[in-house]
Structure formats: C-alpha cells, structure tokens
Design a protein. Structure first.
Length: 181
C-alpha cells in the first residue's frame, strides 16, 4: 500500500468530480480535466473526498497507486487555480515579446525565434525579459516551460540564456592564461 496513495483527496469548493466508467472527470472554474485510471487502480467519491485504492497486488499496480493519486491532486488544484512557471532571459540583447498568442524571442541568433504554445497553455510577458507560462494542466505547463528554456539553456561561463525564475547557474572559470617567461 502506498503511503501517498492511501491519503484521501479533499474536493475543493467550486470543483466537481464525476466518474465515467474508468475515467475521472474534474471540472472547475478554470476548466475541465480528465484522467483514465490504470487497471488495478480504483477511485470513488465519499462525502466530499476522492479516495484512490489499489485492488491489484502486482508491482506495477503498487507503483502506480501513489502516482494516480498525485495526478488527481494536481487535477483538483488546476481546476480551481492555475499553475504558473516563470522564465527569465539573461543576456545582452535577449528580448521577448508577445504577438497574439505567439512568443517572439531574440536570443542572439541571426534570426528571431517564434514559439507557439500548445492548446491549454497561456503565455504572458513581463517587461522585455520575463515570460510567464500558465495553465490548468501541471504537466503541460512544466513541459512548455522546459521547451522554451531549451531554445537557449543557460551556459556555464557567462550565465547567458533562458532560466527559470530563481534558478542558480553555477559558473565555471574560463581559460587560464600562463605567463610567458
């Protein structure tokens, strides 16, 4: 039995949970999400709480028990409040602007990069060097932020690139020049 999987999930006010066969449907003021349960994992609603239980005894079922509970917890949180990730552009001439839904990034290349977010993710720009990625699906928000960061990851010598807000980039020492005798 998973320690995390055994804990019941409180359904927040404003969110509704419905069971449709093996699919859990969560709807709230921010949007709707659904999750298909794996074989051997069951979910039921008991007085304003969602309880996840494992009916199988295999290793795959035991390992998925806590995972499914965590995914459902993220769905409940996302339906009532959005998840956000903030990115910073560090470097001379690195800029970002939003044109409609498309993000236009100047990252020191010979051309500007255009990034179109997937459905369900909203992008916002603060100033010229901050990007806010938000949405109701935690995995999709995190993956979109990682895709933007991968366009120009921070380099270890000067620290230039795209990084998460608060991320610490350890800098390496540059080449040492020996004195000629």
């Amino acid at each position: 039995m998973s320690k995390i999987g055994k804990q019941p999930l409180a359904i927040p006010p404003g969110a509704t949970v419905k069971m449709d066969g093996r699919t859990v449907l969560v709807s709230g003021p921010k949007g709707n999400l659904d999750l298909k349960l794996l074989p051997g994992i069951n979910a039921e609603i008991k007085d304003d709480q969602l309880v996840v239980s494992a009916s199988g005894v295999g290793k795959a079922v035991r390992s998925a028990h806590g995972l499914i509970r965590s995914l459902l917890a993220n769905m409940l949180k996302g339906a009532t409040q959005e998840f956000t990730k903030k990115l910073e552009l560090v470097g001379t001439g690195y800029r970002v602007q939003l044109q409609g839904k498309i993000l236009q990034l100047a990252l020191g290349f010979s051309h500007e990069i255009r990034f179109e977010p997937p459905e369900g993710v909203t992008l916002a720009v603060e100033g010229q060097n901050k990007v806010v990625v938000s949405g109701i699906d935690k995995q999709l928000v995190g993956q979109t932020a990682a895709n933007i960061r991968a366009l120009r990851p921070p380099e270890p010598y000067k620290g230039k690139g795209i990084r998460y807000e608060g991320e610490v980039v350890r800098k390496k020492a540059g080449k040492q020049v020996k004195a000629v005798e």
